[in-house]
Design a binder for this molecule. Structure first.
Ligand SMILES: [Mg+2]
Length: 367
């Protein structure tokens, strides 16, 4: 079976996050942009992938079309055992365009689609190809966007708990914000604090010490720049809190440097950024070897979210990240919604488990 085409679809679905906002520097993000990648074969089977696309959907689409599609068209569809070698060759062919960022987002999409196809060829769900599911339901944490005001944070935390979530993550950088969340949810609910790399080492150490009363499960990416693992290790040691990072790390090689530097207690591979399922599995295996926990980055709702469910189903523990927002449409007919006990069901169909709703794709298609 050969790959006949690789197409990138830019889908934009609006969202409502109440008092929270989603910004990338000066620009507000008013809708969820996704790049859904369709890999066609001469046998009529289709694989679906996902390339990270916040504020860069057109760029990610172009990377798929211009860089990845020519590498994939005409290739024999590999089985599960053959995907790592096929993807390594493509990583080698494209390495001069950057080992992290747009190139890797596009490479990730192809990798996910190949795994989807491998499952469909065999008629088994992805989790069966990667070790076998240990869990049918994955506990979700509500990942709140940036809010700022402690009162609004407390209210949104309360709302998330009422909806069934059993853990919360903030995207905040002030101590009052963290304390307000802890007060709202009580002492038994895990609370994570995602900072998105704002501070120097001494400031982050002080922040960690000042947050101790709220007992966060971890601080995520407290330090600028994200690749300064020595400073991150220092913050972990002197701040006295667990540290999570990895959504901005490049392949298993940079994760290895990060984990061996003692920088993190929790590794956060993102399947649509790090190089797909193949690279995620390598990161998870290394994390297990070193004794670092895995808590993936997955604030998105495309095929990458399905892949993350499978990747977490083969692990004994670990939460999945779900953006705390409402959307008017879902590519998967609502099957990935969080249930009243705060869980998301692992798909059981072949490959990723569900086919995207073509009607939703057409309605929200940008290109
Ligand atoms: Mg983050």
């Amino acid at each position: 079976m050969k790959i006949t085409d690789v197409r990138a679809h830019h889908i934009r679905i609006p969202y409502d996050a109440g008092p929270a906002s989603f910004r990338q520097g000066a620009s507000a993000i008013s809708a969820l942009d996704m790049v859904v990648v369709e890999v066609s074969t001469d046998a009529g089977l289709t694989g679906w992938g996902d390339a990270f696309a916040y504020v860069c959907p057109k760029t990610s689409c172009t990377a798929v079309t211009e860089m990845v599609a020519p590498q994939a068209r005409g290739l024999d569809v590999p089985d599960a055992d053959g995907i790592p070698a096929a993807m390594e060759q493509i990583q080698r062919n494209l390495h001069l365009f950057g080992r992290y960022g747009i190139t890797m987002f596009a490479v990730s999409a192809l990798d996910i689609a190949l795994w989807d196809l491998a499952g469909k060829v065999k008629g088994v769900p992805l989790h069966q190809l990667i070790g076998g599911a240990k869990r049918k339901l994955i506990p979700a944490y509500a990942s709140l966007l940036r809010i700022g005001s402690p009162e609004h944070i407390a209210a949104e935390c309360g709302r998330a708990i009422k909806l069934g979530y059993s853990a919360i993550k903030l995207h905040e950088t002030t101590v009052p914000a963290v304390l307000a969340a802890r007060e709202a949810i009580g002492s038994g609910v895990p609370l994570m604090v995602d900072m998105n790399c704002p501070m120097d080492g001494p400031t982050a150490i002080r922040f960690a010490q000042d947050c101790k009363a709220a007992a966060p499960m971890f601080l995520e990416e407290p330090v600028w720049p994200p690749e300064d693992f020595a400073t991150l290790a220092e913050v972990r040691k002197q701040g006295g809190l667990d540290i999570a990072a990895g959504e901005n790390a490049c392949t298993v090689h940079q994760f290895s440097q990060m984990m061996k530097a003692g920088a993190v207690s929790h590794a956060q591979p993102s399947v649509i950024k790090v190089g797909g399922i193949t690279e995620f599995l390598r990161v998870a295996a290394l994390a297990d070897e070193i004794g670092v926990k895995v808590i993936p980055h997955s604030p998105y709702f495309g095929p990458g979210f399905l892949a993350t469910l499978h990747l977490m189903s083969i692990r004994d523990e670990g939460l999945i990240e779900v953006f705390f927002m409402t959307r008017p449409a879902c590519l998967w007919g609502g099957h990935i919604d969080v249930d009243a006990s705060g869980h998301v069901a692992v798909p059981q169909g072949a490959g990723l488990g569900y086919e995207p709703d073509r009607g939703v794709m057409e309605k929200y298609r940008v290109a």
